[in-house]
Design a protein around this ligand. Structure first.
Ligand SMILES: [Zn+2]
Length: 141
Protein backbone atom coordinates (compact mmCIF):
# COMPACT_ATOMS: atom_id res chain seq x y z
CA UNK A 1 0.00 0.00 0.00
CA UNK A 2 1.30 3.42 -0.93
CA UNK A 3 1.00 6.45 1.30
CA UNK A 4 -2.09 7.83 -0.49
CA UNK A 5 -3.87 4.48 -0.15
CA UNK A 6 -3.08 4.38 3.55
CA UNK A 7 -4.39 7.92 4.03
CA UNK A 8 -7.57 7.04 2.12
CA UNK A 9 -7.99 4.03 4.41
CA UNK A 10 -7.62 6.26 7.51
CA UNK A 11 -10.17 8.67 6.10
CA UNK A 12 -12.57 5.79 5.63
CA UNK A 13 -12.05 4.75 9.23
CA UNK A 14 -12.70 8.33 10.38
CA UNK A 15 -15.94 8.46 8.41
CA UNK A 16 -16.98 5.17 9.97
CA UNK A 17 -16.47 6.73 13.37
CA UNK A 18 -18.60 9.71 12.27
CA UNK A 19 -16.24 12.10 14.04
CA UNK A 20 -17.97 15.03 15.68
CA UNK A 21 -16.31 18.17 14.32
CA UNK A 22 -17.72 20.23 17.16
CA UNK A 23 -15.53 18.42 19.71
CA UNK A 24 -11.85 19.30 20.22
CA UNK A 25 -10.78 15.69 19.58
CA UNK A 26 -12.84 15.47 16.40
CA UNK A 27 -11.34 18.73 15.09
CA UNK A 28 -7.82 17.50 15.85
CA UNK A 29 -8.29 14.14 14.12
CA UNK A 30 -9.87 15.70 11.03
CA UNK A 31 -7.05 18.30 10.87
CA UNK A 32 -4.45 15.51 11.09
CA UNK A 33 -6.17 13.62 8.28
CA UNK A 34 -6.11 16.79 6.15
CA UNK A 35 -2.38 17.20 6.69
CA UNK A 36 -1.76 13.52 5.85
CA UNK A 37 -3.80 13.96 2.67
CA UNK A 38 -1.71 17.00 1.64
CA UNK A 39 1.52 15.15 2.41
CA UNK A 40 0.47 12.17 0.31
CA UNK A 41 -0.23 14.50 -2.64
CA UNK A 42 3.12 16.24 -2.21
CA UNK A 43 4.94 12.92 -2.16
CA UNK A 44 3.21 11.87 -5.36
CA UNK A 45 4.28 15.14 -7.02
CA UNK A 46 7.87 14.74 -5.80
CA UNK A 47 8.00 11.17 -7.10
CA UNK A 48 6.86 12.39 -10.52
CA UNK A 49 9.54 15.07 -10.51
CA UNK A 50 12.23 12.55 -9.55
CA UNK A 51 11.19 10.32 -12.44
CA UNK A 52 11.47 13.32 -14.80
CA UNK A 53 14.90 14.18 -13.38
CA UNK A 54 16.10 10.61 -13.83
CA UNK A 55 14.98 10.65 -17.46
CA UNK A 56 16.84 13.92 -17.94
CA UNK A 57 19.98 12.53 -16.31
CA UNK A 58 19.87 9.42 -18.47
CA UNK A 59 19.74 11.58 -21.57
CA UNK A 60 22.69 13.71 -20.38
CA UNK A 61 24.64 10.56 -19.45
CA UNK A 62 24.08 9.06 -22.92
CA UNK A 63 25.25 12.28 -24.56
CA UNK A 64 28.36 12.33 -22.35
CA UNK A 65 29.19 8.77 -23.36
CA UNK A 66 29.06 9.80 -27.00
CA UNK A 67 31.39 12.73 -26.28
CA UNK A 68 33.80 10.51 -24.31
CA UNK A 69 33.92 7.91 -27.07
CA UNK A 70 34.63 10.60 -29.62
CA UNK A 71 37.39 12.20 -27.50
CA UNK A 72 39.13 8.96 -26.53
CA UNK A 73 39.13 7.59 -30.06
CA UNK A 74 40.85 10.77 -31.27
CA UNK A 75 43.46 11.01 -28.50
CA UNK A 76 44.31 7.29 -28.56
CA UNK A 77 45.61 7.62 -32.10
CA UNK A 78 47.85 10.54 -31.13
CA UNK A 79 49.30 8.70 -28.12
CA UNK A 80 50.29 5.71 -30.22
CA UNK A 81 52.20 7.90 -32.66
CA UNK A 82 54.11 9.57 -29.82
CA UNK A 83 55.23 6.30 -28.29
CA UNK A 84 56.68 4.95 -31.53
CA UNK A 85 59.45 7.59 -31.40
CA UNK A 86 60.82 6.16 -28.17
CA UNK A 87 64.21 4.79 -29.32
CA UNK A 88 66.44 2.83 -27.03
CA UNK A 89 69.61 4.55 -25.90
CA UNK A 90 72.62 3.85 -23.71
CA UNK A 91 74.58 5.81 -21.15
CA UNK A 92 78.24 5.36 -20.32
CA UNK A 93 81.03 7.37 -18.76
CA UNK A 94 83.96 8.65 -20.79
CA UNK A 95 87.21 7.20 -19.37
CA UNK A 96 89.14 10.37 -20.38
CA UNK A 97 87.02 13.20 -18.97
CA UNK A 98 84.51 11.22 -16.93
CA UNK A 99 81.54 12.98 -18.54
CA UNK A 100 78.38 11.03 -19.14
CA UNK A 101 78.02 10.01 -22.78
CA UNK A 102 74.62 9.15 -24.22
CA UNK A 103 74.28 7.33 -27.53
CA UNK A 104 71.73 5.20 -29.32
CA UNK A 105 71.72 1.77 -30.92
CA UNK A 106 72.78 2.96 -34.36
CA UNK A 107 76.24 3.97 -33.02
CA UNK A 108 76.90 0.43 -31.82
CA UNK A 109 77.12 -0.81 -35.42
CA UNK A 110 80.35 1.20 -35.80
CA UNK A 111 81.72 -0.20 -32.53
CA UNK A 112 82.88 3.22 -31.33
CA UNK A 113 81.51 6.41 -29.87
CA UNK A 114 83.18 9.80 -29.89
CA UNK A 115 82.86 11.67 -26.60
CA UNK A 116 81.11 14.97 -27.33
CA UNK A 117 82.96 16.58 -24.44
CA UNK A 118 86.64 15.80 -25.06
CA UNK A 119 86.56 14.09 -28.47
CA UNK A 120 88.07 10.84 -27.20
CA UNK A 121 87.05 7.71 -29.01
CA UNK A 122 85.34 5.26 -26.74
CA UNK A 123 85.62 1.71 -27.93
CA UNK A 124 83.41 -0.99 -26.60
CA UNK A 125 83.28 -4.63 -26.25
CA UNK A 126 79.59 -5.18 -26.98
CA UNK A 127 79.30 -7.61 -24.08
CA UNK A 128 80.27 -4.85 -21.63
CA UNK A 129 77.35 -2.75 -22.81
CA UNK A 130 74.79 -5.15 -21.53
CA UNK A 131 75.32 -3.61 -18.10
CA UNK A 132 74.59 -0.10 -19.33
CA UNK A 133 71.35 -0.83 -21.20
CA UNK A 134 67.91 0.03 -19.98
CA UNK A 135 68.88 3.32 -18.35
CA UNK A 136 66.27 5.89 -19.16
CA UNK A 137 67.21 8.78 -16.89
CA UNK A 138 66.96 12.06 -18.71
CA UNK A 139 69.99 14.27 -18.27
CA UNK A 140 70.29 16.94 -20.94
CA UNK A 141 72.84 19.38 -19.53
ZN1 LIG B 1 85.35 12.55 -22.73
Amino acid sequence: MGISEKVAYLKGLAEGLSLDESTKEGKLLLAILDVLDDMAEEFADIEDEIVDLEDGLDAVSDDLNDVEEFLYETSDDEDEEDEEDDDEYFVTTCPECEEEVIFDESVLEDGEVVCPNCGAKLEFDLSDLANATGTDEEDED
